[in-house]
Write a protein that binds this ligand. Structure first.
Ligand SMILES: Nc1nc2c(ncn2[C@@H]2O[C@H](COP(=O)(O)OP(=O)(O)OP(=O)(O)O)[C@@H](O)[C@H]2O)c(=O)[nH]1
Ligand SMILES: [Mg+2]
Length: 299
């Protein structure tokens, strides 16, 4: 992460949206849509807003469990690992990989605060690639086992056979800490509006399973810097982009059932002069995961 904090202290989210946009998402010709003058989401971009978001993460303690378990689910390259690293950077911490077997494996990460000895933020991320580049995938039955806490770390998913109760990687008696408390679907902005039937099917399987169990879900749309040059120049304009609102938000909502308020644009691994804005986007998304997961635990 490079660059210093900007000094936009407007605090009101009154982004100056301009009136043109020249994006090209997923290869479709949608860049001719004009930007909106009124942002579709109000965000406080001030120093104090960022400080509050950071404090919320650093002081987070889940109710009813010793740790919050967040499932990051999405295609290879959609930014799951980058998101964990970027959130760690935004709170001046570092991500710690607890297990990593590679490929379509069940892996875990957590966040540690720098300069604070071994203080960990009580959040465990399980990172699952629903379809890896070699075409291996996670089946619908395995998705349900993950959510209920039956899958142990490092299990390598078999695309044609679900995890069996007799397997060593099957946890027979999961406790509340092993269960998933919030599901996060990752899509990258370039392909979020593409009609890829595998992506749609995987999204539906996960949404159906999470909905059946009452587990809250959010969507992260990464790579927003690939939407348009205007967003690269001014991250705040993502909330004025009609491309984003109609072609990304609208389609993600339509396909997953995730409401627009729970769809978060992010720019992972950002390095430059808009670091404060990039951090605010990341921590707005992460803060929402913490709130939804905590609410789920207290029901
Ligand atoms: N420009 C840009 N690059 C990104 C963004 N998010 C991730 N990347 C890059 O995209 C590549 C893939 O990101 P990863 O975080 O490794 O993706 P993943 O979802 O963990 O992928 P798998 O582990 O293979 O399932 C990396 O080179 C990241 O640095 C983003 O928002 N913008
Ligand atoms: Mg990864």
């Amino acid at each position: 992460m490079g660059g210093g904090h900007s000094t936009d202290n407007s605090g009101s989210g009154n982004t100056n949206c301009g009136n043109t946009n020249t994006g090209n998402i997923g290869g479709s010709n949608i860049g001719s849509l004009p930007a909106q003058n009124i942002p579709w989401r109000e965000v406080d971009w001030s120093d104090s807003a960022l400080a509050e978001l950071v404090t919320r993460v650093k002081t987070f303690k889940p109710k009813g469990a010793s740790q919050l378990r967040v499932l990051l689910y999405g295609p290879a390259g959609s930014g799951k690992s980058a998101f964990v690293d970027s959130v760690a950077g935004a709170v001046d911490g570092q991500s710690v990989t607890l297990t990593e077997a590679g490929g379509t494996a069940f892996t875990s990460h957590t966040l540690k605060l720098k300069g604070d000895k071994d203080t960990k933020i009580p959040v465990v991320f399980n990172d699952v690639t629903w379809l890896s580049e070699d075409g291996r995938g996670v089946g619908a039955e395995d998705v349900r086992l993950i959510l209920k806490g039956h899958v142990k770390d490092n299990y390598m998913f078999n695309p044609v056979k679900a995890l069996q109760q007799c397997d060593d990687f099957y946890r027979k008696d999961p406790c509340v800490d092993h269960k998933v408390h919030v599901v996060v679907c990752f899509l990258d902005a370039k392909s979020a509006n593409a009609n890829d039937s595998t992506v749609l099917q995987k999204l539906k399987e996960m949404m159906d399973a999470a909905t059946d169990l009452g587990i809250p879900h959010v969507a992260i749309v990464s790579h927003i810097d690939h939407i348009s040059a205007q967003i690269q120049d001014d991250i705040k304009k993502v909330f004025c982009s009609q491309d984003f609102q109609t072609e990304v938000n609208g389609k993600v909502q339509c396909r997953s059932g995730i409401p627009p308020n729970n769809i978060f644009p992010v720019w992972n691994h950002y390095a430059g002069a808009q670091e404060q804005e990039a951090h605010i986007l990341l921590l707005e998304a992460f803060g929402s995961m913490l709130s939804l997961g905590d609410d789920f635990l207290t029901v």
